[in-house]
Design a binder for this molecule. Sequence first.
Ligand code: SF4
Length: 178
Amino acid sequence: MNEEQNNQKSVEEYKKEYTQRLINRANKKFAEKKTEPVPEQKSFIEKAKSFASSVASRGLSNNKSSQETKQLRILSCHGDNTEALPPCGSRRNSSKYEGSFYCGACGCGDKKGTQLVNLTVNGEEQYCKLDYPKVSCPLKMPGFTDYVPDSEQSHNSRKKEIENRHGVVYITEHSNPK
Ligand code: SF4
């Protein structure tokens, strides 16, 4: 084999490897897309009912979810800065409140009362979405009133991670307050 043939071979190999890399990347993207959890789409009436239920649970005396429930919701929305539990893909940066977030999947928008963190306004800590004793999540994540355990059909790796840490029984108990 002369030098030219050798060079020719390495170009062919390079092309083959490059093509294989493109295929692997496309497969990876497809797999990620397939397992990405899909938020539930509610009708206008269902959203109104859900909001009314949250407001009723808050009552006139600003009732709040328990610490355990809120902690589960914090993990569900914000994660914990680890690779296994990054922030929820539906979490959005607030454009109105610096450093705050809102849920981009529930349709409530970026408002003071829908923030996923407790804002401080004029030195006073504000009530946030995660404080409502009853509040739903489009992905039915741990801590939310409509929590549903992960399953083969609705594989959600973030939900699974929280379930592995706390157990479905504990999560169910703290997601559906009486
Ligand atoms: S409420 Fe649910 S869907 Fe929305 S950011 Fe939190 S975990 Fe994600």
